[in-house]
Write a protein that binds this ligand. Structure first.
Ligand code: A2P
Length: 333
């Protein structure tokens, strides 16, 4: 089935990646409409050798559209996803607008593809850090149920959008040139610095990104019994997130078992060369579909051989956003 498709936020970091992925995967399209703000109307973006015009997003944008890939921000999704659904479209929404809505499936195709079938017009794409953690953790949980996850992220600028990626480059140039730099997109100096994730901090001290990793994982795994704690920070990396993950299993788990399971897991590539000290790196993960997993070792802080530590990297714009959404769209009937 070829869909009449629209991309909401086509000029953004995720939007432009949607174009690249639809082209690379030869996604069946009957037509493709590019939607962004009035600022971008008239701009051209290349797709399959053609220059496609960008149109301003309005209430009328969705007439005749069957599939919407949305990544223009939560407020715009809240406003326009219902408009698109009323016009007869299925919306795969990359924002956080509907993720925790119990009537909306939240899907990582490697984990819970069966949830797609119960959609009522909107399917939510999870948070990027959640996806990158869930892809390698789920197959382990299937074999030996996980009781507790401790995760620390090292998140790229791309998660804050194309403008944040530009700001990181400009900040680095300014620092190297000895010039002053005032951040405008991110709250703090992005270059040569690390800071707590830029989402709002709740009264309990957890920022929204950390809370998303916990609650979204519960929903995707259908398992709110897993204890999860996250620490999310931004690092001066352009487009791939890294995560240090410590897992406590129900039964003993060896590093060999984990390596075997992950080497067969869909969407995972094991990169774990101790001799060469070669492990997952965000630069290696950039532009790749797979989540790289390595530094697989026993976590001795968990008694009874039930602890495993690992380090993973995944492309935030691809598997963390655009690729996951296109994979969901590929599973629609
Ligand atoms: P535009 O480039 O015209 O501002 P990112 O996540 O990389 O920041 O991208 C955000 C995307 O959302 C861009 O495509 C941006 O378009 C789009 N966008 C932002 N504000 C609006 C708006 N008011 N109406 C439609 N699209 C918007």
């Amino acid at each position: 089935m070829a869909y009449r498709t629209a991309i909401m936020g086509a000029t953004g970091a995720v939007g432009t990646e949607f174009l690249a992925i639809l082209e690379q995967r030869n996604f069946p399209l009957a037509s493709l409409k590019l939607l962004a703000s009035a600022r971008s109307a008239g701009k051209k973006l290349s797709f399959r050798g053609e220059e496609l015009p960008v149109e301003e997003l309005t209430d009328k944008s969705f007439k005749g559209v069957e599939l919407v890939l949305a990544s223009a921000g939560g407020d715009l999704s809240k406003k326009y996803a219902p408009v698109a659904v009323a016009a007869g479209a299925v919306v795969v929404d990359n924002t956080s607008a509907f993720r925790m809505d119990p009537t909306v499936p939240l899907v990582v195709p490697e984990v819970n593809p069966q949830d797609i079938a119960r959609h009522k017009g909107i399917i939510a794409n999870p948070n990027c850090s959640t996806i990158i953690m869930n892809v390698p953790v789920w197959p382990l949980h299937q074999v030996n149920p996980i009781r507790r996850i401790v995760v620390s992220t090292y998140q790229a600028a791309s998660g804050a959008g194309a403008k944040a990626m530009e700001e990181l480059k400009e900040a680095a140039r300014a620092m190297l040139d000895g010039r002053g730099f005032t951040p405008k997109v991110l709250p703090h100096m992005a270059a040569f610095n690390v800071f707590s994730h830029n989402s709002a901090v709740g009264p309990d001290g957890y920022n929204l990104e950390e809370t998303k990793m916990v609650k979204e994982t519960w929903k995707i795994f259908h398992d709110p019994a897993i204890l999860i704690t996250a620490t999310c920070v931004r690092v001066p990396v352009l487009r791939a997130h890294s995560e240090a993950i410590n897992l406590e299993f129900t039964r003993p788990m060896t590093e060999q078992q984990v390596r075997e399971i992950l080497s067969q897991a869909p969407g995972v590539k094991v990169v774990d060369d101790r001799q060469k000290n070669y492990f997952p790196m965000p630069l290696d993960a950039s532009g790749q579909d797979d989540v790289l997993a390595g530094r697989i070792r026993q976590d001795y802080s968990v008694p009874g051989g039930r602890g495993i530590a690992l380090f993973v990297c995944g492309d935030q714009i691809r598997k963390g956003a655009a690729l996951n959404a296109v994979q969901i769209a590929e599973m629609l009937h």
